[in-house]
Write a protein that binds this ligand. Structure first.
Ligand code: NAP
Length: 295
C-alpha cells in the first residue's frame, strides 16, 4: 500500500461504524495529512480519541470542514441537510464533499443545493456494514473486497470523482458507477426490503403471547436468529433509509406482498410444486452470491 497522502485534510463528519472504519483505513495507509473527527456527542469523540483515530476532534461540523479538501458525511441521513447548510460557508474552493449514505437520490436532494459553486459533491455508498454502531464497532477490513457505488450527478468534476474512487479503492473496494435512482431501486430489494422483513418478523415474535415468546429465543437457531441480527441494526439509520427511499421501497414491497400472497395460497391449497419450484430457484441465487464472494 502506498503511503502518499491522497488528501491534505479530511473531515470525517459522523464517527460511527462507517466513519471510524474509514478513519482506520486512512490512518493505516497514511491517506491524509490531517484527519478531523466530528460526532454529535463528546462521548463518541472521547472514544475516538482513546482509539487514536483522528488528529483533531470537534462536535461542530463547520469547524471540521474548515480547510478540508475532503469532507465525508457518515451520519444518519436525517441530519444531512442541516450539516450541508452548516458547512457550506466554511468549505474552501475546490473542496470535495462526499457521503456514505444508503440512499442516493435523497442525498443529492439534501446536500447538493446547499454547497457553494466550486465545491464538488460526489455521492458514494460503500456496500459494507454490520449491525453494530459507534467508533468501537469499526474495523479497517470492513470494506475489503466489497463494492462501492458512486452516483455523481451528470456534470460532476471528473477529477473529484476519481479522487473519491481512489479513496475507496485504497480501502479495498471495487468501484461501480450508477445513476442515483437506479442505485436506490437496487438497494430497495437487496438491502432495504430484507431489513424491513427482519424488523417485521422480530416485531411479530415480540408481540406473541408470553409462553410462545420464551420459546422463540430458546429455539432461535431454527432460523429466527438470522433475522434478529439484521433487526438489531441501528434504528435511527434505518428510519431515515425508509423515509428517504419511500418510492423504491414501496414498489418492491408491493411486489413482495403479491409473491407472499401467492405462497400463502399455494400452502392453503397444497400446491407443493409451486413451493418446490420457488425454493429450487432461490437456492441457485445463494450459489450465485457465494460465487461472487459476497457471502
Ligand atoms: P453510527 O455508527 O450510528 O454513527 C453515526 C455517527 O453520526 C455517530 O458518530 C454520530 O455521533 C454522528 N452524528 C449524528 N448526528 C450528527 C450531527 N448532527 N453532527 C455530527 N455527527 C452526527 O452509523 P453508521 O452505521 O456509521 O452509519 C452512518 C451512515 O452510513 C448512514 O447514513 C448509513 O446509511 C450509512 N451506511 C451504513 C451502513 C451500515 O451497515 N451501518 C452501511 C453502509 C452505509 P454520536 O455518536 O455522537 O451520536
Amino acid at each position: 500500500m502506498s503511503k502518499k497522502p491522497l488528501f491534505q485534510r479530511i473531515a470525517l463528519i459522523g464517527f460511527g461504524l462507517i466513519g471510524s472504519s474509514l478513519a482506520r483505513v486512512v490512518r493505516r495507509d497514511g491517506l491524509a495529512g490531517h484527519v478531523c473527527g466530528c460526532a454529535r456527542t463528546d462521548k463518541t469523540l472521547a472514544k475516538a480519541r482513546e482509539l487514536g483515530l483522528a488528529d483533531s476532534f470537534t462536535t461542530d461540523p463547520a469547524k471540521a470542514a474548515e480547510g478540508a479538501d475532503l469532507v465525508v458525511l457518515s451520519t444518519p441521513h436525517g441530519v444531512y441537510r442541516a450539516i450541508a447548510e452548516a458547512i457550506a460557508p466554511h468549505l474552501k474552493p475546490g473542496a470535495i464533499v462526499t457521503d456514505v449514505g444508503s440512499v442516493k437520490r435523497a442525498a443529492i436532494r439534501d446536500v447538493a443545493p446547499h454547497l457553494p459553486a466550486g465545491v464538488h459533491f460526489v455521492p458514494a455508498h460503500p456496500i459494507a456494514g454490520t449491525e453494530h454502531s459507534g467508533p468501537e464497532a469499526g474495523f479497517e477490513q470492513l470494506f475489503a473486497d466489497r463494492w462501492c457505488i458512486l452516483t455523481p450527478p451528470p456534470g460532476t468534476d471528473e477529477g473529484a470523482i476519481e479522487r473519491v474512487a481512489e479513496l475507496w479503492r485504497r480501502a479495498g473496494m471495487t468501484i461501480e458507477m450508477m445513476d442515483a435512482g437506479h442505485h436506490d431501486a437496487v438497494m430497495a430489494i437487496t438491502s432495504h426490503l430484507p431489513h424491513l422483513i427482519a424488523y417485521t418478523i422480530v416485531g411479530t415474535a415480540t408481540d406473541l403471547e408470553e409462553h410462545l415468546k420464551s420459546e422463540v429465543i430458546k429455539f432461535s437457531a431454527a432460523g429466527f436468529r438470522d433475522f434478529t441480527r439484521i433487526a438489531a441494526s441501528d434504528p435511527v439509520m434505518w428510519r431515515d433509509v425508509f423515509l428517504n427511499n419511500r418510492e423504491a421501497v414501496l414498489e418492491m414491497l408491493g411486489r413482495f406482498s403479491e409473491d407472499l400472497t401467492r405462497l400463502q395460497r399455494a400452502i392453503r391449497w397444497g400446491e407443493g410444486d409451486v413451493l418446490l419450484d420457488l425454493f429450487t430457484r432461490t437456492r441457485a441465487i445463494r450459489r450465485g452470491v457465494i460465487d461472487a464472494k459476497q457471502a
